[in-house]
Design a protein around this ligand. Structure first.
Ligand code: B12
Ligand code: SF4
Length: 490
């Protein structure tokens, strides 16, 4: 079969701003393609690379004449996916359309619309392979686990159950030959940046495990994987990393080091293979404090930076989201990483209800922090969690998925939206001076410096002007009531 796999382009300025710092490989498309027998003709279309995504999609459809088109997307991309699916069906009524990815997993009913034939939930390789096999044989794909048929065949009961994730040992090695690796990069942080260090290296993305054992209330991951952390076989991951042409690896795990045994064995397997690459991973303060020797070993084999969810600067707020740590444990973990020569990416959240004083309190905390790369989001429970359900009556936009990027408040702000955006943006500037790249004052290439400064400027502007993404009635007020929102894509 001729199959086109599509990753959409973000519509929001916040998402596009983020992309100036990092654009990671469309790994999910590589996994899906790898799950199929080789006689199928598969093309991956990453619309993030296209200036005019609508034109790029139509061109690809014209060239490949696909029989099946698969879309992948997060919640904020769901509007664009539905619009593209409908357009496709109008132009080529015989094409089959399947959607998958995170939004399909947590809100499948949102895709039960004209234009979409099938919705795949959870890990997609197995159901996708079976779907393609059924379509190839002109058979109905009804009855495939974690696959829903839309319209009159919609199974509401199945849509309400969490999909089961398969044994990660059954996952194939993703097909990275489907894209040009030169398009994928991430701004790179190190505790001790070298002189003339490359600031935007090409990066590969690798998944070593899925799931997490913790239960932070805003996060959907514990529901996705039943509260388990499930690693892939060590040798398979080490072989995949060893074969990568890129020198920099960004891990796509929810938590990389929570399973000490696996993390330790993987480090040794990489060392034994003589793999010398640079790594960036996501972990928790509690993991760093529990297993500093694992972080030390990873530091020795190339871990440059670790993402730590600091979340808040007060214990009360951390307790409220069941983070399972304290401000003091965050600070100790930060210190531990720095001692091991690993840079800390400290991720903070603000709440829609923040007052000017609460923004100021966070800004004071940032000013007193040791060097770190910082990022900021708005605390927004994930679709699929009980907290998301509880928030429903307070949601102030008609289509919350469109603005679900954890950077747009979905419930009324205490401050008027423009002031909220201004204060949110100024946190970026306050934290920027703490970045090890700035504190260490190492020389950098002028064009890379210009690129960082432009990215910072655009990202800050996206925060400052996020009120423009809301209907005018909300943009200028504290937003009582709900307002409709349109879905522009293209
Ligand atoms: C790595 C990661 C990132 C990377 C980007 C990865 C990329 N390729 O661009 C970075 C760090 C940049 C990132 C950024 C963001 N992320 Co993120 N990210 C993740 C993480 C940890 C893993 C995702 C991943 O790549 N997994 C590996 C791939 C191979 O697996 P997969 O995507 O799940 O795909 C499989 C299945 O879903 C399915 N499938 C997927 N697509 C399709 C399509 C079809 C047709 C089929 C059949 C099946 C199918 O099969 C795939 C094959 O294995 C997830 C958490 C999670 N557990 O999912 C959060 C997650 C997806 N991110 C999330 C969010 C909110 C964001 C941000 C908005 C956060 C922010 N404000 O910075 C941004 C948005 C970026 C953007 N451009 O849209 C949320 C999404 C919530 C939602 N409802 O949308 C998640 C779930 C985190 C969470 N705990 O809530 N993210
Ligand atoms: S926020 Fe991180 S630590 Fe908490 S449950 Fe989600 S993945 Fe686990």
């Amino acid at each position: 079969m001729r199959i086109l796999l599509v990753k959409p382009k973000g519509v929001l300025a916040t998402i596009r701003g983020l992309e100036r710092f990092q654009r990671l490989e469309p790994l999910e498309l590589g996994y899906l393609a790898a799950a199929l027998p080789p006689h199928h003709q598969v093309r991956a279309l990453d619309l993030r690379l296209a200036r005019y995504p609508r034109r790029a999609l139509l061109r690809a459809v014209g060239e490949l004449q696909p029989e099946l088109v698969g879309f992948s997307g997060y919640s904020h991309e769901s509007g664009a996916i539905k619009a593209m699916a409908q357009l496709l069906k109008q132009l080529v009524p015989t094409v089959s359309v399947v959607v998958g990815g995170h939004h399909a997993t947590v809100a499948p009913q949102d895709y039960n619309v004209p234009g979409i034939d099938y919705v795949v939930r959870g890990e997609g390789c197995g159901p996708f392979r079976l779907l393609v096999a059924a379509l190839e044989q002109h058979e109905s794909p009804a009855g495939i686990d974690n696959l829903l048929l839309t319209g009159e065949f919609w199974d509401q009961e199945a849509a309400a159950r969490w999909p089961r994730f398969p044994d990660p040992a059954t996952l194939p090695v993703p097909r990275r030959d489907l894209w040009d690796r030169r398009h994928y990069y991430s701004v790179w942080v190190s505790e001790q940046p070298r002189r003339w260090q490359v600031l935007f290296p090409q990066v590969a993305m690798v998944r070593t495990s899925y799931g997490c054992r913790m239960k932070c209330s805003f996060c959907v991951v514990p529901y996705l994987c039943g509260g388990e952390h499930r690693p892939r076989p060590v040798a398979a991951v080490a072989d995949e990393i060893a074969a990568l042409p890129q020198q920099h690896v960004y891990f796509a795990d929810d938590e990389n080091f929570i399973d000490e045994r696996f993390a330790g064995e993987l480090a040794e397997a990489l060392a034994q293979r003589g793999v010398r690459k640079r790594y960036f991973a996501w972990t928790r303060a509690t993991t760093v404090l529990r297993s500093p020797e694992i972080l030390k070993r990873w530091g020795e084999i190339g871990l440059d930076g670790a993402f730590l969810g600091f979340e808040f600067s007060s214990d009360d707020e951390l307790k409220e989201v069941r983070k399972g740590g304290t401000v003091a444990s965050n600070e100790r973990a930060h210190e531990t990483l720095r001692r091991l020569g690993i840079a800390c990416h400290a991720a903070f959240m603000v709440r829609p209800e923040y007052t000017a004083e609460q923004f100021e309190r966070l800004a004071r905390y940032l000013r007193d922090m040791p060097p770190a790369q910082c990022s900021f989001t708005v605390c927004t429970p994930s679709p699929g969690t009980p907290d998301w359900q509880a928030m429903q009556p307070r949601i102030w936009v008609e289509d919350p998925y469109r603005l679900y990027d954890c950077m747009h408040p979905l419930t009324p702000t205490t401050l008027p939206l423009p002031e909220f955006g201004r204060r949110f943006a100024s946190l970026l500037a306050t934290a920027a001076v703490k970045n090890p790249l700035r504190t260490q004052r190492r020389p950098v290439r002028p064009w890379e410096l210009a690129r960082v400064l432009l990215a910072e400027h655009r990202y800050e502007a996206a925060f400052r002007y996020l009120y423009r993404d809301y209907p005018p009635a909300l943009a200028s007020s504290r937003g009582e009531g709900r307002a409709a929102s349109a879905c522009p894509w293209g």
